[in-house]
Write a protein that binds this ligand. Structure first.
Ligand code: GTP
Ligand code: MG
Length: 533
């Protein structure tokens, strides 16, 4: 019997990250399909929401197109051991095959043999698994019942959505989706490796993408969209990164991941030597998807840590100043959580003010001073906010940097930024961090893993317990949050104790069998049955 380790003996640094390998060897595929001929196509019972879903990603599809979503769901489900989560994923894929999202056409070409029978069986298995995993609640029963009604009426999209709601409850954080997003962010970070970068940070719509275009020398054009002035770049663009960087007139977030653009100073009329990388960033906490929110912040840290030096530029819009810099409060908290020794690095920060009417441009410092006089007690107590507030007041004293993207001298501004001090050795300055909003989701996910592991041990479902433990380990390795490591250690400690107790029971049974000579009781037999696969 190998010696088991107690929670306190678990190493601080976790072992090498294991690749998550397919666990469910049984092959199932919702993709076993045969083409129907045109005459067989049926369009009965189209959902009233079909059009909406056809044109849009819904809140359930985690920001990727439904076709990709179903594909990923299928691939991800193979990484799991049989469990309620896997059954739900299978059900969603199977229903997704009936409502054929691949071509975004309603049940047009595919025919899946016995699919509805498979779905019925899947629901029975799901219910059993939910019970065994102690996940069956009134709410979930209602959702399953509702899904069954939709299935009876062949309202596939609605049925799929009910299952997606259950999946979201069981799995508040989709770890595999998160890994994909972080790997994608790593690709951007690799482009930045060893370079001097300027990070443009700011709330959604503050003008980060627009200003990067203007600084890169893109031709800018103003037009009216929905009654608002929209300044947008006009192609062709100088490099591919700029093509992907769109400025967005809507209130919702436009930029979804960090995007680096390399600029030669001399190309835009600058006198400084060499090149600089301007890095567009997504806003923090402007998405309902915790995976995107987490990947954004981790992506920024990954990129910063790989770079040679970093200069952060905060974009502050006219509206933000009018709103008592409310948006800056969140931003400040998140920046400080990434840069714990912020006091030593404030000199590297610059502020660019956007969307200010001409008449207000000379009044920026005065407005900030005025704001200082009327700070609320809770604002004064907010140390993170005050660090930036005071710095902004200080750095605007001799005049604020105000940008008009239609009328900009990119070389001059980039030269000015080149003269400001940078954060050197960013790998020592930045630490992985996540927003408060995502921390809540992460804690919820860790707690669910903890209960799942405890219940799995009680049920002697060690394969499942190992899978959840591996997931916690992976999560810790990519996010480096102590809270995950604590839960992981607790779970290892619990599993160790549990296995020790099982071992003691087995030893005493074994001893008794020897002492009492071939006396096998009913309990012994039941126990044997329970352990045998
Ligand atoms: N008038 C004016 N409009 C601007 C300025 N900068 C940006 N805009 C407009 O503001 C809107 C948002 O600009 P974006 O550059 O997409 O903002 P962003 O900060 O990249 O936004 P996210 O990507 O969502 O975080 C667009 O309609 C721009 O045309 C500016 O300096 N003046
Ligand atoms: Mg943007």
């Amino acid at each position: 019997m190998p010696k088991l380790c107690e929670a306190s003996q678990v190493k601080e640094s976790l072992p090498e990250r294991k690749e998550i390998t397919p666990r469910d060897k049984s092959i199932w595929s919702p993709f076993v399909v045969t083409e129907k001929n045109e005459n067989e196509k049926s369009l009965d019972n189209p959902s009233p929401h079909a059009e909406k879903i056809r044109n849009h990603n819904t809140q359930f599809v985690s920001g990727v197109k439904r076709v990709e979503y179903i594909n990923f769901l299928y691939e991800d489900s193979k990484l799991l051991v049989p469990c309620a989560e896997q059954s739900l994923m299978k059900l969603i894929c199977q229903i997704g095959m009936i409502y054929n999202p691949l071509e975004l056409q309603f049940r047009k070409v595919f025919h899946i043999p016995n699919i509805e029978e498979e779905i019925d069986k899947g629901i029975v298995t799901l219910k059993q698994q939910l019970k065994t995993e102690e996940l069956d609640s009134r709410d979930i029963t209602i959702l399953i019942d509702r899904a069954c009604v939709y299935i009876r009426h062949k309202n596939w999209i609605e049925a799929m959505q009910e299952f997606e709601k259950i999946l979201k409850r069981l799995r508040p954080l989709n770890i595999r989706y998160l890994i994909r997003l972080i790997d994608k962010a790593k690709e951007a970070a690799d482009l930045i490796k060893g370079k001097n970068i300027i990070f443009f940070l700011g709330g959604t719509g503050s003008g980060k993408s627009t200003i990067i275009h203007a600084l890169a020398g893109s031709k800018m054009e103003a037009k009216e969209v929905n009654g608002l002035c929209h300044i947008s770049p006009v192609g062709p663009f100088k490099n591919r990164a700029l093509e992907a960087m769109t400025s967005n007139p809507n209130a919702e977030s436009g930029t979804r991941s960090i995007t680096p653009v390399t600029i030669q100073y001399s190309d835009v009329g600058g006198n400084s030597l060499g090149e600089v990388v301007l890095c567009d960033t997504p806003g923090f906490e402007d998405t309902d998807e915790p995976e995107i929110d987490i990947a954004n912040m981790i992506g920024i840290v990954q990129a910063a840590q790989l770079s040679k030096s970093v200069k952060p530029v905060l974009l502050v819009s006219y509206k933000a100043v009018g709103d008592r810099l409310t948006g800056i409060k969140n931003l400040a908290r998140n920046i400080i959580s990434m840069i714990p020794s912020i006091e030593q690095h404030m000199k590297a920060f610059s502020y660019i003010f956007t969307k200010f009417p001409k008449a207000e441009r000379d009044r920026i410092h005065a407005s900030l001073v005025d704001l200082t006089k009327h700070l609320k007690p809770e604002e004064i107590d907010d140390k993170c906010y005050m660090t930036f507030h005071d710095d902004m007041v200080k750095k605007t004293r001799k005049g604020a940097i105000v940008i008009d993207p239609l009328n900009i001298n990119p070389g001059e501004l980039l030269d000015d930024l080149a003269d400001t001090p940078a954060m050197e050795y960013p790998d020592r300055v930045f630490q992985k961090s996540i927003t408060e909003k995502s921390k809540t989701v992460l804690n919820e996910a860790c707690n669910k893993h903890q209960s799942a592991i405890i219940i799995a041990c009680k049920n002697h479902n060690y394969e499942y317990a190992c899978m959840r433990l591996d997931e916690l380990k992976t999560l810790y390795e990519i996010l480096e949050q102590d809270s995950i490591n604590q839960v992981y250690k607790l779970c290892i400690g619990y599993a160790a104790k549990h296995l020790m107790a099982e071992y003691q029971t087995a030893i005493s049974t074994f001893k008794r069998s020897f002492t009492d000579q071939n006396e096998l009781t009913n309990d012994d037999i039941n126990q044997y049955i329970q352990y045998s696969p």
